[in-house]
Ligand binder design. Sequence first.
Ligand SMILES: [Zn+2]
Length: 190
Amino acid sequence: MRKNAEGDGNMELDIQKRLTEGNCRWQRAGGELDALRRRTAAEGQEPYAIVIACSDSRVIPEQLFDAGLGELFVIRVAGNVLDRHQLGSVEYAAAHLHCRMILVLGHTGCGAVSAALSGGGEGFIQYITDEILLAAGEERDALRACEKNVLHAVGILRREFADHPEIPAEDLQIRGAVYDIETGDVRWLD
Ligand SMILES: [Zn+2]
């Protein structure tokens, strides 16, 4: 049994309690949020953009774009890299939910980019760092490597969805941007 920092109680239960209390506050928020939750549950979702972002806890697409329930179709994976599962998620949202913007969002201070630049990770992490190193090439500056990693993913998306029977390419914008975790600014790359 793992103990919490004070050595009393059970860490797992403490974390579960914190999560449950948060969920209770969320359910009881009431007002517009309650109405929106009911409406989107009944009528379905119509997100206006797909965002592929890092799992970093400081990078929360809905918050930094001031978006609410049903507005963004978010795919989060460390290092905002793309593999077939992510492409499948993008395909679903673009073809069936009719999202017309795909945004790959990197961020400053990305641990996955740093891990890649400092020699790559081990275990499952290596799948992520290998992909970032492939994108970064010889680049060793963290911000420029982050940008190259974003543009690499943008290139994959543009290639994979250039001629898709259910996704009209002329209506689809595929863009890249970098979020600054200090200032909160999103800088569009292309
Ligand atoms: Zn990151």
